[in-house]
Design a binder for this molecule. Structure first.
Ligand code: DGJ
Length: 727
């Protein structure tokens, strides 16, 4: 619900359990009054504190700058007194930077307007509010848009800048949102990592000054993540307050948490202003990406469940939310570049007999690519390897009753490629310098529409040429040189964002032209796992590291925000190709249950014993995949915290079915058997667990005692059924 109380000049956005309140001062400034547990009145102007201190300009014009520095501005602007560093900065035609935004008008409406050319949450039973802020001297407007998703306790925000002057100006910074928090937040929860170690959870203390997490690699990267949560003191999985923000964006981002002299915490999120500068001509608009915001008051698990519900309902492609994802075998770790069509068919023959539903042909099928140093851009089948052509291969796979999928890396070109030889000016490069290589490849200049159209044409032709039902879209290097030969000097600061816009445009075209295609994004493992990409692809390859122990931490961090069904999880070889760890086949499969299950190994080469286990593993996944895809996720224990074991549950929405997954990473000697308190069950309902009957409240309070497991790297998946379903 969205309310405007005209007499008090107060906006109030209510979700099921929260309120977000803003007020307009006498001078026209928009202030953030309150965000937190639901309040039942708009009588909250006192909380803006304009009466409490004497600096309000209408009362004491001589202290305007002091006011600017302490007022909780809803969308703070730079250069006119707020020394925190705000959300927006604009350089005018005279080269000066500074603006002052005041409320001009507002509009409350049912539904939601999407962003143009960028992913944003889909509307539903949503109410929205647009507030137009304007700086008349500059001729600039900032339209703040809010949409309320009541049942998920989520609000989305975005900002559109409009040039209503008759000259161009330059946007040098445009963040999507900030929150002014006066309430007691004390900790920061964020996600960090590296290649093969993505999205590990980090918890740290908020202290005076600033904490920044950001990316300047042209994608979020393995290292940082466009998510932040601020927690109340002692907040844990089940209790305490959480303020969380997640940016719907797949490029350079910044997140800043700042504790100021007044003990107030501001948290900002948006496009990284570093190497960003957007020229906005007279009459033009610029939209900053959407941010998903929530306040959850029942601990970290409640934040996670809100995000999961929201992603499933409003971000993921609707067709794939409930549709079952095929169990796949991918040939990357099975063969790397050393394969041909007969080898793939041989893998598929074995795989289909075991119950695997799709074969994905990974890197190496095009141009003359036999290693990672050639042929990107030459999207034609290599007829030495794919001897009968793509259609013939797809038909042979289909004849086995399996689907066929294929790998692309559309944003890149190899120096050794026909495409680069023909168009050496189609790459991002600083004029007069040799462009830097990474994995022996260049980034294509997506600011140039000819490049984007050419690449789309190739993708389109390939996908039309055969029955290809799945695409893995990879990106294996960061962007370094934000420099385009196709843009004029005063638009070079647009390159990084233009790349992301073109990427979105391409994926939009792809899923529009091939509406039933299953798209899986990937970036050298999980370097571009974000809400923006999830709008087009319901699943993203989570990490190149499929070692089950490492995956516990990667998956825990990923599932802190994103639903299990978004996570590419495969059973790979042991010893693991990345870290050499040896683990049981059964544990690798149990850990891969928390996502879109598949195999990343050569099923023709593994031992008879392991091969014999596959049908039962697939049956287990198929039995639980609907639950995993649609249920509520509860984190119970974390290996990254206790260094010994890990556990989570998924509970069906009707609370009748659940699974408990437990992994004993390190065995304990001479300790009591593990007792776990379960979550999410109905307290008064009876449940059968391993043949015994318990009351839900018993399992959640007194706990469930696991049968002892022997040895390191052991796992168990326990089914929990209410007696309503077993009767
Ligand atoms: C990186 C991906 O994460 C891998 O799964 C694989 O597709 C390789 N790229 C192929 O180059």
């Amino acid at each position: 619900m969205v309310i405007y109380d005209k007499s008090r000049k107060v906006f109030k956005l209510d979700t099921a359990n929260t309120s977000y309140v803003m007020g307009v001062t006498e001078e026209g400034y928009l202030g953030n009054i309150y965000y937190g547990k639901k309040v039942d009145t708009t009588d909250l102007v006192y909380a803006m504190r304009t009466d409490e201190h004497p600096f309000t300009p209408s009362k004491m014009p001589g202290e305007k700058i002091s006011f600017m520095d302490r007022f909780p501005m809803e969308y703070p602007f730079e250069g006119t007194g707020d020394s925190h560093g705000g959300c927006i900065s604009i350089k005018d035609s005279k080269g000066q930077e500074g603006l002052e935004l005041k409320v001009k008008s507002h509009n409350i409406y049912a539904g939601k307007k999407g962003l143009k050319g960028m992913p944003s949450a889909r509307g539903g039973n949503t109410m929205s509010l647009d507030i137009v802020l304007s700086d008349e001297a500059l001729g600039a407007e900032a339209v703040l848009s809010y949409s309320v998703y009541e049942e998920c306790d989520i609000i989305t925000r975005s900002v559109k800048i409009v040039n209503i002057s008759d000259t161009s100006f330059y946007i040098t910074k445009v963040l999507s949102a900030c929150l002014n928090l006066e309430t007691e937040v004390s900790d920061i929860l964020s996600l960090h990592g590296a290649w093969a170690r993505e999205r590990h959870i980090q918890r740290s203390k908020i202290s005076y000054g600033s904490y920044i997490t950001e990316s300047s690699r042209g994608e979020p990267g393995h290292q940082e993540h466009p998510f932040i949560a601020l927690l109340s003191e002692n907040c844990n999985r089940e209790t305490g307050s959480v303020y969380a923000m997640n940016l719907v964006y797949s490029g350079n981002f910044t997140v800043k948490v700042q504790k100021d002299q007044f003990d107030r915490t501001r948290v900002y999120i948006g496009i990284n202003p570093e190497r960003f500068c957007w020229k906005l001509g007279s009459g033009e608009e610029f939209e900053a990406p959407e941010v998903i915001i929530q306040y959850a008051c029942e601990g970290i698990n409640s934040m996670t469940r809100n995000f999961h519900d929201f992603f499933r309902q409003y971000i993921l492609p609707p067709e794939w939310v409930v549709a079952e994802r095929p169990v796949l075998v991918n040939n990357w770790e099975a063969t790397y570049f050393d394969f041909d069509d007969d080898k793939l068919v041989q893998i598929a023959e074995e795989a289909s007999g075991l119950g695997i539903e799709m074969l994905v042909m990974d890197d190496g099928w095009f141009g003359h690519r036999n290693s990672d140093n050639s042929s990107l851009g030459d999207w034609y089948a290599n007829r030495e390897k794919i001897k009968g052509g793509l259609k013939d291969l797809a038909d042979r796979i289909n004849a086995l009753g399996m689907k066929f999928g294929i790998w692309f890396e559309p944003e890149m070109v190899s120096p050794d490629s026909d495409l680069f030889r023909e168009h050496p000016d189609w790459i991002l490069a600083l004029d007069g310098r040799e462009a830097g290589l990474c994995r022996t490849q260049y980034v294509l200049d997506f600011s140039n529409p000819d490049v984007v159209d050419y690449i789309y044409g190739r993708l389109y032709e390939i996908l039309k040429s055969a029955n290809i039902e799945y695409v893995k879209w990879d990106m294996n290097r960061p962007i370094a040189e934000a420099a385009s030969l196709s843009l004029p000097p005063d638009r070079q600061g647009e390159v990084m964002h233009r790349h992301v816009l073109a990427l979105y445009r391409l994926q939009e075209r792809l899923v529009t032209d091939f509406p039933h295609l299953l798209l899986e994004n990937c970036s050298s493992g999980g370097a571009r796992f974000d809400a923006g990409m999830l709008y087009y692809s319901p699943q993203i390859w989570c990490s190149d590291n499929a070692d089950p122990v490492e995956r516990l931490m990667v998956q825990e961090g990923t599932h802190l925000v994103y639903p299990l069904s978004t996570t590419g999880t495969h059973v790979a070889d042991s010893p693991n190709h990345v870290n050499g760890r040896v683990t049981p086949f059964s544990t690798r499969a149990d850990i891969a249950l928390a996502g879109t299950f598949g195999y990343e190994l050569d099923v023709t080469r593994i031992s008879e014993e392991e091969r014999a286990m596959i049908p039962a593993q697939i049956e287990k996944y198929k039995k639980y995949r609907h639950l995993i895809q649609t249920g509520d996720y509860y984190r119970i224990a974390s290996f990254s915290e206790n260094n010994r074991y890990d556990s989570y549950m998924v509970v069906s929405k009707d609370q009748n079915k659940a699974i408990l997954v437990y992994v004993q990473v390190v065995t304990d000697s001479n300790v009591l058997t593990k007792k776990l308190k379960l979550y999410g069950l109905c307290p008064g309902r009876k449940y059968i667990v391993d043949g015994a009957e318990y009351l839900g409240s018993t399992l959640m309070n007194a706990g469930y005692i696991l049968k002892p497991l022997r040895g390191d790297f052991q796992s168990v998946v326990i089914e929990i059924n209410s007696t309503c379903t077993t009767a």
